[in-house]
Design a binder for this molecule. Structure first.
Ligand SMILES: O=C1O[C@H](CS(=O)(=O)O)[C@@H](O)[C@H](O)[C@H]1O
Length: 300
């Protein structure tokens, strides 16, 4: 394994997220948005003045995507909603695309838009019981204005790690469950939004389980090593380039942001029993020395 760099991680904010996920940089606002899944909370941190605001929904909120025309999409328990940030820290939810899960207790999980603005999102069982391979990978589009969720992969435990190469021709997908811990790559047709040629991209991380991910301008894949406090960078040919550490065991997802897109923001998970002084559940920033790419908004 490549050397782990001494931790240059900066603590941005400590909202004690139970499951911080889905960091998304909003360049227009120079702000980072992310969610706390079980709390059903959307968070915003403004880089300019450090202001932190959060909004609460009445369902678990798994991931978000900016909408091209403004506002946010949120993938929740029983569907994808349009989110409106209300005064009083309330999140107004307008149904956009409903889903019929195969089992009770399922919800959405990781999600990301492709380079053309189609929204990809996975689902998983999260009912407090044992996991089951019932997770699905969906693609959300709205041909002729009518939203539809199409199924592409099935039998997943914890779909995660969604990312697209800079040219939009490779789709990455992980399954972070302990029984899987793999990352796959697919050829991706940007014209019709179809993946093919699934292949193993990473068999096993050198530390941790493969959770959320981001791609940088050089096409390298940054993946959080959950349970190992590490963020790993892989080259497009699947070689481990380096690993960076964060001062918590459970980094969950990363996203590039900042005025020059050269800051890697990392959300984290706060396990039950974390001590009052523990940093678990905080938001961190790293300076990896490489820029990210502005991630597309949902543009059906
Ligand atoms: O709920 C979730 O949890 C897992 C992380 S963990 O297994 O709880 O450590 C995470 O991978 C997943 O994305 C998230 O939804």
């Amino acid at each position: 394994m490549s050397a782990v760099s001494a931790s240059p991680a900066e603590l941005v904010l400590h909202p004690r997220n139970l499951t911080g996920e889905s960091p998304v940089w909003h360049a227009g606002e120079q702000a980072l948005y992310w969610v706390d899944i079980p709390a059903g909370t959307l968070h915003r941190w403004r880089a300019g003045d450090g202001q932190h605001t959060s909004w609460r929904a009445d369902q678990r909120l798994a991931c978000i995507a900016r909408q091209a025309g403004g506002g946010w999409l949120g993938a929740m328990e029983d569907g994808v909603y349009r989110l409106s940030l209300q005064a009083g820290q309330r999140l107004e939810m307008t149904p956009y695309a409903g889903v019929s899960h195969a089992h009770p207790g399922m919800r959405f999980n990781d999600g990301r838009c492709d380079r053309q603005g189609r929204f990809w999102v996975g689902s998983m069982l999260d009912n407090g019981g044992p996991a089951a391979p019932v997770g699905v990978l969906y693609r959300l589009t709205a041909p002729d204005g009518a939203p539809r969720l199409d199924v592409f992969e099935q039998g997943m435990l914890t779909p995660n790690g969604l990312a697209f190469s800079p040219d939009g021709r490779t789709l990455y997908l992980s399954d972070s469950h302990p029984d899987q811990q793999r990352v796959w790559a697919f050829d991706y047709d940007p014209d019709d939004g179809t993946p093919s040629g699934r292949r193993l991209f990473i068999e096993k991380l050198p530390g941790g389980r493969p959770d959320g991910a981001a791609v940088d301008v050089e096409g390298c894949y940054w993946i959080c090593g959950n349970d190992a406090g590490l963020i790993h960078r892989y080259t497009p040919d699947g070689r481990l380039d380096r690993s960076l550490s964060v001062p918590v065991a459970k980094p969950s997802m990363c996203a590039f942001g900042g005025p020059d897109l050269d800051t890697l923001f990392v959300t984290s998970i706060r396990p039950a029993g974390a001590g009052p002084l523990a940093l678990d559940g905080a938001l961190f920033a790293l300076r990896p020395g490489v820029q990210g790419i502005e991630e597309p908004a949902y543009a059906p």
